[in-house]
Design a protein around this ligand. Structure first.
Ligand SMILES: [Zn+2]
Length: 211
């Protein structure tokens, strides 16, 4: 365990990690992390269809491998596929980030037929080696500008309120279509919140589209 001083020095040595947190002002991008998951993704897909929105799904390789049919369905229903890691681990735990990302890309391509162009690390947390590996593979780093705190067990109204607080034209919203890595949460409230979020986007006069 490094001392506080040593830790501070490491942090200061790291470059800043620029990442995309917005889209253009004519759109809002809804993004869903941690799937695909038979217990969450279908409800989100149906809710998106009901509001006529297309979104970006940052999939975890191990999830796409286990639920390849569902991964493909997400792509076939017109949504964009991004990479959220091969496994859902903290970047400090990756012995070889580039190998991990390559493997994740291959798994997602095999499952969905699409090669992702965007990467969001688990927990939105980059390390220098992970950042460099993503750049090396031509993956665009993407974070967000609004969230619904839906990894906590909170009701749909609260999720929608939180998203709407930070919802501006050009926003990237992070939500989740799986509770696998946040077992206290559930995807149902997220799916239920989408109608209210769509109404908020309509009031701003923008469409809900992928990256
Ligand atoms: Zn995640």
């Amino acid at each position: 365990m490094p001392s506080f001083g040593e830790q501070r020095a490491i942090v200061e040595r790291w470059p800043r990690f620029p990442s995309r947190e917005r889209v253009d002002e004519h759109r809002i991008c809804l993004s869903f992390d941690d799937g695909p998951d038979p217990e969450g993704t279908p409800a989100v897909l149906d809710a998106l269809e009901a509001i006529g929105a297309r979104a970006t799904f940052f999939m975890v390789g191990e999830q796409a491998e286990a639920h390849a049919g569902l991964a493909r369905e997400v792509a076939e229903r017109g949504h964009e596929i991004g990479l959220h890691g091969l496994r859902h681990v903290r970047p400090e735990e990756l012995a070889d980030p580039e190998c991990d990302l390559r493997h994740g890309l291959a798994v997602l391509e095999q499952a969905t037929g699409v090669v992702p162009a965007a990467f969001r690390p688990p927990y939105g947390h980059f390390t220098a080696p992970l950042y460099e590996a993503a750049a090396e593979l031509g993956l665009e780093p993407v974070l967000w500008s609004a969230w619904g705190l839906d990894w906590e067990p909170i009701p749909a109204e609260r999720i929608a309120d939180l998203v709407l607080t930070d919802l501006q034209p050009g926003a990237i919203v992070v939500l989740h279509d799986s509770a696998r890595y946040a077992p206290r949460a559930s995807v149902q409230p997220t799916a239920e919140a989408l109608a209210q979020i769509a109404a908020g986007a309509a009031r701003l006069g923008v469409e809900l589209q992928p990256l």
